[in-house]
Ligand binder design. Structure first.
Ligand code: IPM
Ligand code: MG
Length: 356
């Protein structure tokens, strides 16, 4: 089982190292790690945020464990050299069109949510975000208007096949959950969304047991804070999914707890090829100080074990160990506590050793 490890920038290396300690503690036979540079680190060393050798390491692996990319230091670089291009390039080049971002309330952490505890407690949703299309990957540029003014522009589009395949992913997920799907768009204004809604409705016909509704994104943002418990699977495009998944994480209490899986069509010997990353990003303000909460990276490892390595039992063990660590009161600074990265990783490793 080959795992490509791409720690990246900011707190990426710290939280990835913590996840690797957990992997080590599982003592799985036959796991080989291959490390590569991505993001600002790769730009410093190779002049590019996603060097060809890193892409090759990722391509030939069964799964990619990704940390984070980005640093304000690179804000003034041309777009194609910015660290974010590394993750966008990996998604595109590896065909990772389906981004799964689960967000669920953790018992005992309700008070950390900006929402009322009874609302936070009821959150158990999965954002299924399309990841290789939309305005993210459309043509873009700068032009000069007739009056001589500079204009930035980005093209937003979705093709039927792109919508159909992500819709199937989301409907299948809904089947294995509570059987409810909310497709989020802006069909009252955007042509892209009008087509999106049409295709999702067609696909819905193939899943009669799933209760489907369509919701405009502005309303969805409001419903997510007003009554988040109404959502099971949220199916949406790349841009809306980016925004709503951050919002969902804040509703749960901390962005430091949310993992993600990005999957494509490629199968490996053990499962689906995928890239796994915490959704919190590089947090340069706390990087290098051992303060970052590694639980999102550790939960991303659990998703990797489940989806890419066919190790459901081990994934469950990791998730239960994390739940016990949180229940025992070990909290990082993002959760109002003072446990550092190592202490949290230690606690998870220790819990793994307990029989469950
Ligand atoms: C995310 C991030 C990325 C995105 C950035 C780093 C390009 O915000 O994974 O949600 O916008 O997709
Ligand atoms: Mg984001």
């Amino acid at each position: 089982m080959k795992i490509a490890v791409l720690p990246g920038d900011g707190i990426g290396p710290e939280v990835t190292a913590a996840a690797l300690r957990v992997l080590d503690a599982l003592a799985l036979p036959g796991v080989t790690l291959f490390e590569g540079d991505v993001g600002g680190v790769a730009y410093e060393r190779h002049g590019l945020p996603l060097p060809a050798e890193t892409l090759e390491i990722a391509r030939t692996a069964d799964a990619v464990l990704f940390g984070a990319v980005g640093d304000r230091r690179y804000d003034s670089l041309p777009r194609d050299l910015r660290p974010e291009q590394a993750i966008l390039g990996l998604r595109r080049e590896l065909g990772l069109f389906a981004n799964l971002r689960p967000a669920a309330g953790w018992p005992g952490l309700e008070d950390l949510s900006p929402l009322r505890p009874e609302l936070a407690r009821g959150i158990d949703l999965l954002v299924v975000r399309e990841l290789t299309g939309d305005v993210y990957f459309g043509a873009k540029g700068e032009r000069t208007s007739d009056s001589g003014e500079r204009q930035g522009w980005d093209e937003m589009s979705y093709g039927e096949a792109e919508v159909r395949r992500i819709a199937h992913t989301a409907f299948r997920a809904a089947q294995s959950r509570r059987g409810r799907l909310t497709s989020v768009d802006k069909a009252n204004v955007l042509e892209t969304s009008r087509l999106w809604r049409e295709v999702v409705s067609q696909v819905a016909g193939e899943y009669p047991e799933v209760r489907t509704e369509h919701m405009y994104v502005d309303n969805a943002a409001m419903q997510l804070v007003r009554s988040p418990g109404q959502f099971d699977v949220i199916l949406t495009g790349n841009l809306f999914g980016d925004i709503l998944s951050d919002q969902a994480s804040a509703c749960v209490g901390s962005i430091g707890l949310l993992p993600s899986a990005s999957l494509g069509e490629r199968r490996t010997e053990y499962g689906a090829f995928g890239l796994y990353e915490p959704i919190h990003g590089s947090a340069p303000d706390i990087a290098g100080r051992g303060l970052a909460n590694p639980l999102a990276a550790i939960l991303s490892l659990a998703m990797l074990l489940r989806h890419s390595l066919g190790r459901d039992t081990d994934a469950g063990r990791v998730e239960r160990a994390v739940a016990r660590v949180l229940a025992s009161g070990v909290r990082g600074a993002d959760l109002g506590g003072d446990a550092g990265t190592d202490a949290i990783a230690d606690a998870v490793v220790q819990e793994l050793g307990e029989t469950d």
